[in-house]
Ligand binder design. Sequence first.
Ligand SMILES: *Cc1c(COP(=O)(O)O)cnc(C)c1O
Length: 396
Amino acid sequence: MTQQGLSTTAVHAGSERPNPHHSLTVPVTQTATYTFSDTQDLCDFMDARMWGMAKGRTEYGRYGNPTVAAAETKLAALEGAEAALLYSSGMAAVTSTILTLVNAGAHIIITDDSYRRTRQFCLNFLKKFNIESTVVPMGDFTALESAIRPETKLIISESPTNPYLRVLDLKHLADIAKAHNIKTLVDATFATPFNLRPLDFGIDLVIHSATKYLGGHNDILAGVVAGSEQLIALLRQQLWMLGGVFDPHSAYLLLRGLKTLGLRVERQNQNGQRIAEFLEAHPKIDRVWYPGLTSHPDHAIAAKQMKGFGGVISFEVRGGITEGSRVVDRVRIPIIAPSLGGVETLIEQPALMSYYEMSTGERLAVGIKDNLIRLALGVEDTEDLINDLAQALEQA
Ligand SMILES: *Cc1c(COP(=O)(O)O)cnc(C)c1O
C-alpha cells in the first residue's frame, strides 16, 4: 500500500474490517476478566502464552483489553512507531516509563521548562532509590554533554515545552545520546504527531498526556508511550505490575477523539499563529511566546522540525499580577482552567494556577513571571477569539 496521510491513519488505524458484530465503531469491551470454556481451553492458552504465542486473547483485564489495544494500534500508526502503550494518565505513563528504564544508582538528565510533576518525580521521588537527576537549560547542548556521566541512563526532554514553548533540536539530542548509549524520552504532548514525530529524529520513546490534544475534548485522562516493540514490550510487562492501566470506556472516547485529531490540530495551528501575531502587535502586551513567531528563540529549529506550531500561546501583559488577572477575567470565550488541547479554549495565569503557593521571587527563580498568561486554544472561530481578546485588552 502507498504511504497514507496522517488524517486517514487517524480515522482508520486500529479498527478491524469488519469489527466484531459488523459494528462500524470499535466496541467497548467492558470486562474485568476473560473466560475459558474448559480446562483444556485454559491449558492451551497457558501453553501458548509460555511460548509468547497467545494471540487474540488474554486472561485478565490488567493484561489487556481489545478497546484499549485498538487505541494503541491507532496511536502507534500516528507516531510511526512499532508499538504504543496506554496508561491511566499522562503522569502514569511518565512515572512508569522512567521507573522501568532506570535502576538504583542511575543518573538522569532532564531539560528545564519541563512539566512540573515530571521534574518533581525525577528530582525528589527518585532520590529515594539513589537515582540522581541533573537539570540542564533547554537547548544548551554544551551543558547537556558535560552533564553526562558513566551512569547516565536516560535523557528526558519536552518539545514544545510548557509554558514557554521552547523547541529542542531532537536530532542533535538523539545523536549525542546514541554516542553515549543513553536512552531518550521526549514528551511531545504540546505537538501531537501531526506537528512533530520525535521517533523520526531518532528519539527512543515519545510520550503524551493523551488527556490533552489526543483525547481532545477535555473529558478523559490518559497517557501513551510509543517506540520500538522491544522497549514497549518491556514497559508492558512492568505496567502489568505497576497497574496504571487504561480503562476501556475512556479508550472508546480516545478512539473517537483521535478520528478528528487532524482537523482539530489544523484549526488550532491556525488559531495559534493568527492570535500570536495579533497579540504581538498589541500595545498592552510586553512579550509573546509562540514558536511560529520569528521573535521566539527557537523559531528556526521549530520551522525546520515541526509541521505546525500548535495551539498554545504564552504572553506577558503589561503590568503585574493584577493586570494579568484582569485580562483572564474579562475574556468571555476562554474558560479559566488548567489543561489544554481540547476543543474549548482555556486560559490561565501560571502564577495563580500551578505556582500559587510560591512567592513572586520563588516563581521568578523558576522562570514564571506574574504577568504571564497561558492561552490554550480550542477550535472556535479565529475571529471570535481575536475580537474577544481585543475587548478584554481594551479594558486592561
Ligand atoms: C498534562 C501534562 C502531563 C501530565 O499528564 P496527565 O494526563 O495530566 O497525567 C505531562 N506532560 C505534559 C507536557 C502535560 O501537559
